[in-house]
Design a protein around this ligand. Structure first.
Ligand code: SF4
Length: 211
């Protein structure tokens, strides 16, 4: 699939529309609690109704930043791990970003909806599929972690559909959609008690009021 935002200006991933970068703790999924430097890349046309990162959707609002500068900032933070998130980061060619981070011996973690073709070499891929734009089969096969956001009962069916499509070693997480937390949490707990292949993922950073 052609990345509709790609222009010559991004120079094959040597510049990326940077929304924000910060050193914090991973709040979601398998690596919850781990210190990591977050690189949020602008651009997303998936359009989730409950998206908490709408400010990232339009890449034109975020400065094309030298990828080398982004990596230097990560190294300067002292981190040993980087989480690349968005937006939908795979709208951009991430080969160069990953190769430079690897040269610095930094572990690289991807958060993606999987809606666009995979680029970059990753230590960990967290796939969070979205109904508006289902994920690419290649990413389902390579995902280390499947994280399904649960807003209503239909999302359990959606989760099981993608459980069948990921590889057998992929870890399975259900995460309550933040604004629906009080309404849905008990249902998710009951579901996991009956379907113990799944674990819960909470947005721990939001409970801790950290970025
Ligand atoms: Fe928001 Fe992620 Fe959905 Fe894009 S894929 S709309 S960034 S939640």
């Amino acid at each position: 699939m052609k990345n509709r935002f790609t222009t010559d200006a991004d120079n094959n991933g040597r510049k990326l529309p940077l929304v924000e970068e910060f050193y914090s703790l991973q709040g979601e999924g398998f690596h919850t609690g781990k210190a990591a430097y977050f690189i949020r890349i602008g651009g997303c046309d998936v359009g989730c109704s409950w998206c908490d990162s709408r400010f990232s959707w339009n890449p034109a609002f975020h400065p094309l930043t030298d990828t080398d500068t982004i990596v230097s900032n990560a190294v300067f933070s002292g981190t040993d791990s980087v989480v690349v998130t968005g937006g939908e980061p795979l709208m951009w060619n991430l080969d160069y970003l990953c190769s430079v981070l690897k040269q610095k011996n930094i572990h690289i973690f991807l958060e993606t909806s999987g809606a666009y073709p995979l680029s970059g070499e990753w230590d960990w891929i967290c796939l969070s599929p979205k109904k508006n734009m289902p994920p690419q089969p290649e990413i389902c096969m390579k995902a280390n972690e499947l994280k399904v956001i649960v807003q209503d009962l239909s999302d359990f069916e959606w989760a099981e559909e993608y459980r069948r499509q990921v590889n057998k070693d992929c870890l399975l997480f259900l995460q309550p959609e933040w604004s629906s937390y009080n309404r849905i949490i008990d249902t998710i707990v009951d579901y996991i008690k009956k379907n113990s292949a799944w674990r819960i993922s909470l947005q721990a950073h939001k409970f801790m009021h950290i970025p």
